[in-house]
Write a protein that binds this ligand. Structure first.
Ligand code: F6R
Ligand code: ZN
Length: 188
């Protein structure tokens, strides 16, 4: 059609087993020190940073898309297994800046949970394992948590205009945390 500025179609290769995207435009690396303020046991996190040399906590591989209505953003997140004290490794979590935007997570490997929260305090927790898809509806903050022994590998897709708001959920916190005690997953 005349007048439309057509975006060129493209393809991306993803190693589903390893959770690596070939030629990402952006690779975000979050190390343990970037997680300060998120875990219940702050001194356990400091010990990891001190004794393990600030190890990688999670990575996000993504293509950079025009941040405008109509496009989709997508990528892969790879969250390491481990505990901070008794709490399972997790991502920071965020609301979308345009709150009324949803997201889909498809688990490609590992196991864990997606913890979600609304601004009125409702909380939901969905189990993830390879082959399971979680729908995050508009207006829910979301965080992934690795409760397994392997890396938790997730494919995510969301509207490109959504943006990320980390500040609000950082102040509010998620109502539920996920721990491992004597090998058992405890959500409280
Ligand atoms: C995008 C999205 C994921 C997360 C990723 C890392 O909207 O939800 O790609 O960005 O799981 O988590 P955060 O961004 O909370 O550090
Ligand atoms: Zn999101």
């Amino acid at each position: 059609m005349k007048g439309i500025n057509y975006f060129q179609p493209f393809s991306v290769d993803i190693n589903l087993m390893k959770g690596i995207m070939d030629a990402p435009d952006n690779r975000v690396v979050r190390t343990a020190s970037s997680m300060r303020g998120h875990y219940a046991d702050e001194s356990a996190l400091e010990k990891i940073i001190r004794e393990q040399g600030d190890p990688i906590h999670y990575e996000v591989f993504e293509k950079i898309m025009p941040q405008e209505y109509g496009h989709l953003c997508f990528g892969i997140s790879r969250l390491q297994p481990g505990l901070v004290g008794e709490e399972c490794f997790m991502t920071k979590g965020h609301y979308h800046s345009i709150l009324e935007t949803a997201e889909i997570y498809l688990c490609l490997g590992g196991e864990g949970y997606l913890v979600m929260k609304t601004q009125n305090g409702d909380c939901a927790v969905e189990y993830m394992k390879s082959g399971r898809l979680v729908y995050v509806p508009p207006c829910w903050a979301h965080r992934s948590v690795n409760t397994g022994e392997e890396e938790l590998i997730l494919l995510f897709i969301y509207p490109a205009e959504a943006g990320h708001n980390y500040g609000d959920i950082e102040k509010e916190g998620f109502p539920k945390r996920i721990f491992k005690r004597a090998g058992k997953v405890v959500i409280e």
